[in-house]
Design a protein around this ligand. Structure first.
Ligand code: TRP
Length: 337
C-alpha cells in the first residue's frame, strides 16, 4: 500500500474552496482502498502566522470537525494534530541541518508572507517548508495531495529527502510525489471571479462556509456576481464569475464541464443559480449539519484526535529512531554491541 500524507492548517472559516480543493480529494484517496492515508492538522505551521491562543484552540477543533463532517473516517485514515506527535519537530531539526539556506531563499511563499520587512519575519516562517518536509518524511510517505500553490514546497521536500540520503550515503527517504488535485481546485470568490475564495476576504458573501445553513447558501448564490449573457459556458478570461460557478457545479456534481456547457447553453443566469443552489444544498447540507454536531462535542473530538496521534506516533517514532541512528546520535541507555 502506498502511503499518502497531507496537512491542513487550522484556520477559522473552513469554506467550499477547502472542501472542493483539498478535503474532497483526501476522502477520495481514503475510499480508494490502495492507500494508507495520514492526515494532519498542522497547528505548528499555523503558529507562524497566528498568536492568539483561543483562536488556535478553536480553529483546531473547527478543522477536525470539518474533516470528520466531510467524510474523513478515523477508522480508515490516521487523523491527528501535528503538535501531538513530537517526531515532526524532532525530524525538522535534522532536516534543517541538511538544507542549504539558498534553497529557502527561493521560496515564494516566504517572500510573500514576510513582506517588505524581512528582518522582522520570524525564523519559523522561514523554516516552514522544512517542517513541511519533516511532516511528510516522518512517515516516509510517497504521495502528497496538495493544491497548485504547494508545488514549490513539495519540490523542496524532495530535494531535502535527496540531500539527507546523499549526505549520509543511504537510500532511506523515498522522494515524495505531489498529487496536484484536479478540477475546481481553485474556487474563486463569489463577488469577484478573479480572486480566490478566501477566509480573509472581509465580505462573508464572497464565500460559502461549511457552517452555512441552506438559507444562507441560497442567499449567497442569489447575490453572487453574475453577467447578463444568456447561457453558461467556461471562459475564465471573459466571464470569470460564470466560469467559477460552472466549475463549482461540475465539482459538486462530479460531472465534466463540457457536458454541463451543453446542458446550460441557453439557460438564463438566474435559472442556473437556482439549479446550483439546489445542488449545493443537497451536497453541503448534510456536511454542515454534521459539522455543527461535531463542534458541539469537544470531548468526542479529543478522543478521536488522541487515538489518531497514538497511531501516528506508532509509525513516526521508529522512523525517527532510524534517522537518529543514521546520523550517529547515541541512544540513551543502549549499549553498542
Ligand atoms: N503548507 C500546506 C498548506 O498551507 C500545509 C501542510 C503542512 C502540508 N504540512 C504539509 C501539506 C505536508 C502537505 C504535506 O496547504
Amino acid at each position: 500500500m502506498q502511503r499518502v500524507f497531507s496537512g491542513i492548517q487550522p484556520t477559522h472559516g473552513i469554506h467550499l474552496g477547502n472542501y472542493l480543493g483539498a478535503i474532497r480529494h483526501w476522502v477520495r484517496l481514503q475510499e480508494d482502498g490502495r492507500y494508507e492515508c495520514i492526515y494532519c492538522i498542522v497547528d505548528q505551521h499555523a503558529l507562524t502566522a497566528l498568536h492568539d491562543r483561543r483562536a488556535m484552540t478553536d480553529n483546531t477543533y473547527e478543522v477536525a470537525a470539518a474533516l470528520l463532517a466531510c467524510g474523513i473516517d478515523p477508522a480508515k485514515s490516521v487523523l491527528f494534530v501535528q503538535s501531538h506527535v513530537p517526531a515532526h519537530a524532532q525530524l525538522h531539526w535534522v532536516l534543517a541541518c541538511v538544507t542549504p539556506i539558498g534553497w529557502l531563499n527561493r521560496m515564494t511563499q516566504f517572500k510573500e508572507k514576510a513582506g517588505r520587512d524581512r528582518e522582522r519575519a520570524p525564523l519559523g516562517l522561514y523554516a516552514y517548508p522544512v517542517l513541511q518536509a519533516a511532516d511528510i518524511l516522518a512517515y516516509r510517505a510517497v504521495l502528497v495531495p496538495v493544491g497548485e500553490d504547494q508545488k514549490q514546497h513539495l519540490e523542496l521536500s524532495r530535494d531535502i529527502a535527496g540531500s539527507f540520503n546523499r549526505k549520509f550515503g543511504v537510500d532511506f527517504f523515498p522522494l515524495p510525489e505531489p498529487l496536484i488535485t484536479g478540477e475546481a481546485t481553485r474556487v474563486m470568490s463569489l463577488r469577484d471571479g478573479r480572486r480566490k475564495m478566501s477566509k480573509s476576504d472581509p465580505s462573508d458573501m464572497s464565500r460559502i462556509n461549511l457552517t452555512d445553513d441552506a438559507d444562507r447558501i441560497a442567499l449567497k448564490i442569489r447575490r453572487a456576481k453574475s453577467d447578463s449573457i444568456r447561457g453558461i459556458w467556461y471562459d475564465p478570461e471573459n466571464r470569470p464569475e460564470a466560469s467559477n460557478l460552472l466549475a463549482i457545479y461540475a465539482a459538486l456534481a462530479e460531472r465534466p464541464v463540457a457536458e454541463l456547457e451543453a446542458e446550460f447553453r441557453d439557460t438564463l443566469f438566474a435559472d442556473f443559480k437556482t439549479r446550483l443552489t439546489e445542488l449545493m444544498v443537497e451536497k453541503l447540507a448534510p456536511i454542515t449539519r454534521r459539522m455543527r454536531e461535531y463542534l458541539a462535542d469537544r470531548p468526542h473530538l479529543d478522543r478521536v484526535l488522541a487515538e489518531g496521534a497514538e497511531r501516528a506516533r506508532a509509525i513516526a517514532t521508529p522512523i525517527l529512531e532510524e534517522v537518529y541512528d543514521i546520523v550517529g546520535f547515541l541512544r540513551p541507555g543502549r549499549r553498542e554491541t
